[in-house]
Design a protein around this ligand. Structure first.
Ligand code: G4P
Length: 531
């Protein structure tokens, strides 16, 4: 048989259609860990019982893997969690939740087909939510909005809808509408059929909350004004045509909205149902030339994250692959598109934070972790039989820069190896120039925490203690070789080359950049935008 082994095209298409691969984007503290845990509680976690994310205390810290993460109680790296709900297989890709985000967060979004934008009812759209939203919007990823913490006093629901509309440009189309103001969460009006789902607390939120659905008459008798207010507000939305429209949702022009209290497990079933009913399945993914790769073509996938040092017992390198077509079977030998070399997948694993389960097969939409994958870089494609290359994963415009030097010159070899590896994984961007030499390259990062991760790993993993000194630049622009002599004559401007071959001109601030642009209008100084 062919490359798809024992699986017929029909089976593969059916499996792809069952997949929902998504991430939760939110500002820290909006309740992402709590929601993840609640989703897992309501669904059946495949492979690893009880594997969830979370912070200290009752929750096991599955995605918080590094020592530093544990100390700070934040998660820096991403893991994937797979569970079954109804007839669907849901892949939840974890995005780092700390305020100081890095490229990593952006990259994992290249692997998902849909996102849940989790909003704190009292805070509305916060800064990190907006940044992540922009990445999703740029990639046209459909977004489902969940207003969380409705059990606590917060903003008016209509006010929240206005904010979403104004700040994201998407039309909010609530699927449910809260009965009871924020702080008095009784249940939700299901806008599609006018029924009411009443929620009842279970002890401590550790088990599934009670839900009872009734018709409008019974709801009005039970909840009185709280229900009629919800109906009136829903009518207002109706007048504004804020009703779900699948086509505009898939085009990321509108966003279905739900109300929830993750900590009480209120509204969690509805979120899962919405993912299954509305979120897009794994579909043919366009290759570099825009040609969609059918899901039943032979296996293909791309690396969206590379990670090392997951835990002290597994000092290895893990590459996360999103499967795009065909079936991944452990042991298969695939081709690494950028080198044309074979890559054996004997050590494929499904990754649930610290716990790992060996994976035997994976379908389009699934995530596979490949161990000892030092040859793989973020953005690389892998395939079987029929060559394919998916578009590269963009790098982002660094805003923080540091010079890095080995503290101990006798450890220079380790230092070089460490820098190379961090560059390879995309932990930081490594920038060089003849002037600075190889002993003191410049690291560029989107968020300053990337430097801490880099420094920590240089010491722990590569045994190369180093010194970091900040540089006074905040803006990078892409330039060309021809512009270098002119730029070199400017004060507070420096040109460095990145390992992907791009030449970056660094400026102290926007004003300096504008000054240079005014003086030399012919210079090529292009923003490094998300692509
Ligand atoms: P994050 O991953 O987005 O950073 O948020 P996380 O789930 O850790 O939640 C942040 C805080 O918000 C936690 O409280 C959590 O219990 C609380 N929370 C999450 N969802 C809800 C909700 O629906 N309603 C209410 N009232 N609170 C919610 P904490 O005190 O920081 O931690 P913990 O001691 O409760 O674990």
């Amino acid at each position: 048989m062919t490359s798809t082994g024992d699986y017929s095209s029909k089976t593969i298409r059916e499996q792809a259609a069952r997949r929902r691969t998504f991430a939760v984007i939110s500002h820290p503290d909006a309740g992402k860990s709590t929601l993840t845990e609640a989703l897992a509680l309501h669904a059946r976690v495949i492979g690893q019982a009880g594997a969830t994310h979370g912070k200290a205390g009752r929750r096991a810290t599955v995605s918080d893997w590094q020592k530093m993460e544990q100390e700070r109680g934040i998660s820096i790296s991403s893991a994937a969690l797979q569970f079954e709900y109804r007839d669907a297989v849901l892949n939840l890709i974890d995005t780092p939740g700390h305020a100081d985000f890095s490229e990593d967060t952006y990259r994992v979004l290249s692997s998902v087909d849909c996102t849940i934008m989790l909003v704190d009812a009292a805070k509305g759209l916060e800064t990190q939510t907006m940044k992540l939203f922009e990445v999703c919007a740029h990639r046209n990823i459909p977004i489902i909005t969940v207003i969380n913490k409705w059990d606590r006093p917060g903003l008016e629901p209509l006010e929240l809808m206005d904010e979403i509309r104004e700040r994201t440009g998407m039309l909010p189309t609530p699927l449910t509408w809260p009965v009871g103001a924020s702080g008095d969460f009784r249940g939700v009006l299901n806008r599609a059929d006018g029924t009411y789902t009443k929620y009842t607390r279970s002890d401590g939120g550790a088990s599934i909350a009670g839900e009872e659905t009734m018709d409008a008459e019974a709801a009005e008798a039970l909840e009185g004004d709280a229900f009629t207010t919800a109906v009136d507000e829903s009518d207002l939305l109706e007048m504004e045509e804020q009703n779900h429209d699948q086509e505009s949702f898939l085009a990321a022009k509108s966003t279905p909205v739900m109300f929830a209290a993750a900590v009480l497990n209120f509204g969690v079933h509805k979120i899962l149902d919405t993912l299954v009913d509305l979120a897009p399945p794994a579909e043919p993914r366009p290759d570099k030339n825009g040609e969609p790769r059918p899901v039943d073509a032979p296996f293909s996938g791309f690396v969206f994250k590379v990670q090392a040092g997951m835990d002290a017992n597994h000092r290895d390198r893990l590459a996360y692959i999103r499967v795009c077509s065909g079936v991944f079977e452990r042991g298969m030998v695939v081709t690494h598109a950028s080198t044309g070399k074979p890559f054996a997948t004997k050590y494929a694993q499904q990754v649930f934070g610290r716990d790992r389960a060996v994976i035997d097969e994976a379908f389009p939409g699934d995530v596979v972790g490949l161990v000892n994958a030092s040859a793989l870089r973020v953005g690389d494609s892998l395939y079987l039989d029929q060559p394919v290359e998916f578009p590269g994963i963009p790098t982002f415009s660094p805003e923080h820069f540091m010079v890095i030097r080995a503290k101990d010159s006798s450890k220079y070899k380790q230092f070089r190896r460490g820098i190379e590896q961090l560059d390879h994984e995309g932990v930081v961007q490594v920038l060089r120039s003849d002037l600075r030499g190889d002993q003191a390259p410049v690291l560029g990062a989107v968020g300053p925490m990337q430097f801490e991760v880099a420094e920590d790993r240089m010491v722990q993993e590569f045994n190369a203690p180093c010194r970091l000194e900040p540089l006074p630049y905040t803006i990078a622009r892409r330039t060309t070789e021809e512009c270098v002599p002119t730029l070199a004559r400017e004060r507070s401007v420096e040109v460095l080359s990145r390992s992907d071959g791009e030449l970056l001109a660094l400026f102290s601030d926007r004003w300096r950049l504008q000054g240079v642009e005014r003086q030399h209008p012919d210079l090529v100084l292009e923003p490094l935008v998300v692509s």
